[in-house]
Design a protein around this ligand. Structure first.
Ligand code: HMG
Length: 390
């Protein structure tokens, strides 16, 4: 039985800041952000969007009534969750109107959470072939104004429907993974911003990739020529390029060219959104599948997941016949086209808006937020969500 990705949904907030303008305001050369970091636009979440609403909006576009009935497991990968006890998956389960006889949990290991969710989902489907699992990767990346990480912030979510006989990508076996207790990036419970040792995190990301790639080759006897493309977790898009370059010397010229050309396509969406942590790898996969129209079914795609702290995993998928028919290309083109630019000053103001933490009531105006599912306010320390279609 094949198990893999049957549908992929994506959502990013409707606001963005232009990286050229952010660079000017931070007194750095724009090319540092657009080439050195590899980012063009950074998604800005309004206060009416949080990781729950981003994930719910991403899932909303892909689920039909049959999916809603068959999903019996919601796995929410996030590292910017809204509650230290209740899982974000439970909120999404209700907002989407899923079958009550389902499990809903949250999984955390930095940007690796959704990958862990996918692997758990595979096991669940192997035991329950008729069921479907909704895996969510949703985050808001915050380092702070005027920090070196600022240019690598972002916001968005990816929703993956995992099932038997998937229509987009079969996920193969032979995964290789690695854990090492390091402090490259972390966020203590009392902080809403991440702490990071930037240079060390870059080195570790590449080292993890090299190690799992070596292990994968030893396990499978495969090499770069067997891959149509390799997608990476993209904290900023230059990071994936650095990791790819670290192994490219092993490849023949034509394989090198193909992998580099496909990498460019796989970073298009991420370049315009920023880091979405758990969803970043899958946003890159989506970018490749939706923006390259001549990928053949049967092609093998490599996927490198990295979550600081750190856990890395390399695994592979095979594109299924007619997979393009099951993508949501028009919706995503429209989502990007409808976004609105904010100035750096407006972004800074939005960044500093906070929700009450003293139990007081706040009602948010959601009329300016085009998202279907929004955070409408706070009451008695509880977030109040609204699905405008209900
Ligand atoms: P920085 O110190 O501001 O930048 O930090 P830099 O001085 O290293 O410059 C960045 C690049 O721009 C360099 O390229 C420069 O040469 C280039 P490189 O040498 O590295 O290839 N540059 C220029 N290029 C063209 N024209 C110019 C120009 N000027 C400079 N004029 C850093 C950058 C990424 C460290 C910082 O933004 C940061 O700390 N970000 C957050 C951490 C991060 O993203 N780490 C990535 C690996 S860890 C990871 O992926 C996990 C994560 O997603 C979290 C999780 O798992 O939950 C972060």
């Amino acid at each position: 039985m094949k198990i893999g990705i049957d549908k992929i949904g994506f959502y990013t907030p409707h606001l963005y800041v232009d990286m050229n303008k952010l660079a000017v305001s931070r007194n750095v050369e724009p090319e540092k952000f657009t080439i050195g970091i590899g980012q063009s636009k950074m998604a800005i979440p309004p206060i009416s969007q949080d990781p729950v609403t981003l994930a719910a909006n991403a899932a909303l576009e892909i689920l039909d009534n049959e999916d809603k009935e068959k999903i019996d497991f919601v796995i929410f990968g996030t590292e910017s969750g809204i509650d230290n006890s209740k899982s974000a998956g439970v909120y999404v389960h209700r907002l989407l109107g899923l079958n009550p006889h389902a499990r809903a949990v949250e999984v955390k290991q930095a940007c690796y959470g959704a990958t862990a969710g996918i692997q758990m989902a595979k096991g669940h489907i192997a035991l329950n072939p008729d069921s479907k699992v909704l895996v969510l990767g949703s985050d808001i990346a915050r380092y702070g104004l005027n920090t070196s990480g600022e240019a690598t912030q972002g916001a968005g979510a990816v929703a993956l429907l995992i099932s038997a006989e998937p229509r987009i990508m079969e996920l193969e076996e032979n995964n290789v993974y690695l854990t090492d207790d390091i402090m490259d990036f972390w966020r203590p419970i009392y902080s809403d911003k991440a702490f990071v040792d930037g240079k060390f995190s870059n080195e570790q990301y590449i080292l993890f990739f090299e190690k799992v790639w070596e292990q994968y080759k030893a396990k499978t006897d495969l090499s770069l020529k067997d891959f149509e493309a390799i997608c990476f977790h993209l904290p900023y898009t230059k990071m994936g390029l650095k990791a790819l370059r670290a192994v490219l010397d092993e490849a023949e010229e034509e394989d090198k060219e193909r992998l580099l050309a496909n990498f460019e396509i796989s970073r298009k969406y991420n370049r315009n959104v920023g880091n979405i942590y758990t969803g970043s790898l899958y946003l890159s996969l989506l970018s490749l599948l939706e923006q390259k129209d001549d990928l053949q079914s049967g092609a093998k795609i490599g996927l490198f997941s990295y979550g600081s702290g750190a856990v890395g995993e390399f695994f592979t998928g095979i594109l299924q016949p007619n997979y393009r028919e099951h993508l949501h290309i028009a919706e995503h083109t429209q989502l990007f086209a409808a976004r609105k630019e904010v100035t750096v000053a407006e972004y800074e103001e939005i960044f500093q808006e906070t929700l009450p933490i003293d139990g007081s009531t706040l009602e948010l105006d959601v009329t300016n937020d085009p998202a279907t599912i929004c955070l409408a306010g706070m009451k008695d320390n509880m977030r109040q969500y609204v699905n405008k279609e209900d």
